[in-house]
Design a binder for this molecule. Structure first.
Ligand code: NAP
Length: 235
């Protein structure tokens, strides 16, 4: 069976490895190409967008793909919607790998917002020291806010930065002690994060809880219905 995996998460790579090890599938692993340092997978890899839904349909037909696994990030909504539309048009199955969302532990100070544009409103107008972990591409809403930002991303941000922003480059997994240390070192008062649900980046939430910090949590975008799985273990 020829399967296209839409990657972009550590779980997508793990899933790819598990399926390749079955020796029953021909796997093609696809990445958008947003990070400069793509980690290797033990199969054929293609990099770059397909050119919208029509491009994806053409790709699926040309490469005789028989099933698609959408293992993109929960916030890669455009790719997930395109995968849904294209597999419907090609009449092939779609399986979506979805990480369970994070849930607030007792005593945590989480404030939920529906999208990144709502974060400045949640932060308020009194200047704060904010740990921004929502990615290097979503900076526009913060450009005119009064806060100081510690921005963590895998690759250097290429857009103009909000004023008073310090950038640190790092890729998870992150350890709890390190997260507490970095929040203390930068005198952070508030953590901003998308509800990615990844174990590799969850330590910041426990660090914020232990330090009594506010967390602004961006809820996930809604996606079209699809058959979903939440664990990689094969039956
Ligand atoms: P997006 O807005 O849903 O996708 C934008 C465009 O990028 C898509 O329309 C598609 O281009 C291309 N694309 C995305 N994923 C692709 C894939 N796996 N293979 C080929 N093309 C892909 O997604 P995004 O938020 O820019 O994220 C891009 C990638 O980074 C995703 O694979 C995602 O898993 C990963 N990522 C995203 C986040 C996040 O917070 N959004 C965080 C960590 C990792 P065409 O329309 O030309 O096909």
């Amino acid at each position: 069976m020829r399967i296209l995996i839409l990657g972009g998460t550590s779980e997508a790579r793990q899933l790819c490895k598990a399926l390749v090890a079955q020796h029953a599938y021909h796997i093609i692993f696809s990445l958008a190409g947003v990070t400069h340092s793509a980690l290797p997978v033990p199969t054929e890899m293609r990099i770059g967008g397909f050119g919208g839904v029509n491009g994806l349909v053409a790709y699926l037909e040309t490469h005789r793909i028989e099933a698609v696994i959408d293992a993109t990030h929960p916030f890669a909504a455009q790719m997930s919607r395109h995968a849904s539309d294209a597999t419907l048009r090609c009449r092939i199955p779609l399986l979506r790998f979805t990480r369970p969302a994070w849930e607030a532990p007792p005593g945590a100070r989480w404030h939920f917002v529906s999208d990144i544009e709502q974060v400045p409103h949640a932060l308020g107008q009194i200047p704060r020291r904010v740990f921004l972990t929502t990615g290097r591409k979503d900076l526009a809403p913060f450009m005119t806010t009064p806060h100081c930002y510690l921005l963590r991303s895998i690759d250097p941000p290429c857009l103009p930065l909000p004023p008073r922003t310090i950038v640190i480059l790092a890729r998870g997994p992150f350890a709890l002690d390190d997260e507490i240390a970095i929040m203390r070192q930068h005198d952070i008062g508030c953590l901003v994060t998308k509800n990615a649900g990844s174990d590799a980046t969850a330590a910041k939430l426990e660090a914020a809880r232990q330090l009594g910090l506010d967390v602004v949590m961006v809820n996930r975008p809604s996606l079209p219905p699809a058959r979903e799985c939440t664990t990689i273990e094969l039956q």
